[in-house]
Design a protein around this ligand. Structure first.
Ligand SMILES: Cc1ncc(C[n+]2csc(CCOP(=O)(O)OP(=O)(O)O)c2C)c(N)n1
Ligand SMILES: [Mg+2]
Length: 391
């Protein structure tokens, strides 16, 4: 896609302190100091109610998944995976929102929400199996151990339709808005700034608003849709699109895990209570490549990357915890857990084995097809040509 001659620059793309949207919710400044914005006051009580254990869990979640993400990226580089979409830099948006959901809620991820799925109980090796080409889904969303987590989708925005349809089902079945917070259910769907331009997302929002689905549209604005900057895609901040459909919409600093948690917690509570769908735009940054097939140095500057590195979500939370008196032993323990997950991921990936190439033909059509049969035959002959010592 060629950017227009004169793309409009949106303040929200790279929020500087002075040009910042006044509705932005943030508790932790980039250096980890507790400095709530005016818009954060509404959530202040909830954040004050977080225990030391909750805060430690947020930090642990973020740190452990980063180690997993780096290991998976390395495994792809070493030929063990076909592809890897890194979540590096987006940990606070994901951990805050996932920890805000209740066990009975339903999660519809895109393809980068590694820590969201882990928090819900999905075994990270199930994502590895997808990215190694061994699995056409990854996990069973109906298996109780997976915490109502639906499978990844690579078809941009399609999961918003699935989520809205699911939310409509919850409305029809009377599974939300009964007034019992322990039983009422909600849906949270994750999508990106690029996906927000997809027709599916807009259709999902129309139906969600019309049927008052118990749903939270959680947009991670990581500033890029592969090589297309968000400024090319939208002339106005993305959270305002939700408002256009009649949904209360909130802009949050997605690199602040406390803000992400508080905003999502409130939105899910309202949705569950029958007040209709909500939209959240979490302002964050993809510090890694789009996927391991992408080279971001071709389209963005190191200055830009550096400016977001200074807003790293994990460093921010670490500084906050240190100032609250967290011990070195705590950080060492988290680091050890992160290393253990990385090691375990490598060991289990190496033990996965390969895929019989022949299986790729099994999922193209539901019935036999002559073209597929022909290609299957060709592959068998080709592979046979290597047998018996051919070089
Ligand atoms: C319907 C559809 N169109 C195009 C693509 C190709 N594609 C894959 S990822 C991507 C960019 C997505 O950007 P964004 O929604 O911001 O999510 P991010 O990758 O930044 O998390 C595109 C265009 C696709 N997978 N599906
Ligand atoms: Mg994006």
């Amino acid at each position: 896609m060629t950017p227009p001659e004169d793309p409009v620059t949106i303040d929200a793309v790279a929020p500087a302190a002075e040009g910042e949207d006044p509705t932005l919710v943030r508790f932790l400044a980039a250096d980890g100091t507790f400095a709530p914005t005016p818009a954060a006051e509404r959530y202040r009580q909830a954040v004050d109610g977080l225990s030391d254990g909750d805060l430690a869990t947020f930090y642990r979640d973020m740190t452990v998944i980063r180690a997993f993400d780096v290991q998976a990226t390395n495994l792809q580089r070493q030929g063990q995976l076909a592809l890897w979409p890194p979540s590096y830099g987006q940990e606070a948006a994901q951990v805050g929102s996932a920890r805000a959901a209740r066990p009975q809620d339903h999660i519809f991820p895109s393809y980068r929400e590694h820590v969201v799925t882990k928090i819900r109980g999905v075994d990270p090796i199930d994502i590895i199996r997808v990215m190694r080409g061994l699995s056409h889904g990854g996990w069973d969303p109906t298996d109780p151990k997976n915490g109502n987590t639906h499978i990844y989708t690579l078809v941009l925005g399609s999961q918003t339709l699935h989520a809205t349809g699911f939310g409509m089902g919850l409305v029809f079945d009377g599974r939300c808005g009964t007034g019992d917070p322990a039983r009422d259910e909600a849906v949270i769907v994750y999508y990106g700034d690029g996906a927000s331009s997809q027709g599916d997302v807009h259709e999902a929002m129309v139906f969600a608003a019309s049927y008052r689905t118990p749903e939270v549209f959680f947009l991670q604005n990581n500033q890029w849709a592969i090589s297309v900057p968000v400024s090319t895609q939208s002339r106005s901040p993305l959270y305002k699109r939700g408002e256009g459909y009649g949904m209360p919409s909130t802009l949050v600093d997605g690199n602040d895990v406390l803000a992400s948690w508080a905003v999502t917690r409130a939105a899910l509570d309202e949705a569950r209570a029958g007040e209709g769908p909500r939209a959240i735009e979490a302002m964050t940054y993809r510090l890694g490549a789009h996927t391991t097939s992408d080279d971001p140095t071709k389209y963005r500057t190191s200055d830009e990357e550096e400016s977001w590195r200074r807003r790293d979500p994990i460093a921010r939370m670490r500084a906050f915890l240190l100032a609250r008196g967290a011990s070195e032993a705590f950080f060492a323990d988290v680091d050890a857990e992160a290393q253990a997950l990385a090691d375990d991921t490598r060991a289990r990936t190496n033990a996965l084995g390969g895929l019989e190439a022949d299986t790729m033909f099994a999922h193209v059509y539901s019935e036999a097809h002559p073209l597929i049969a022909e290609q299957r035959r060709w592959l068998a002959e080709y592979e046979a040509s290597f047998e018996g010592g051919a070089s």
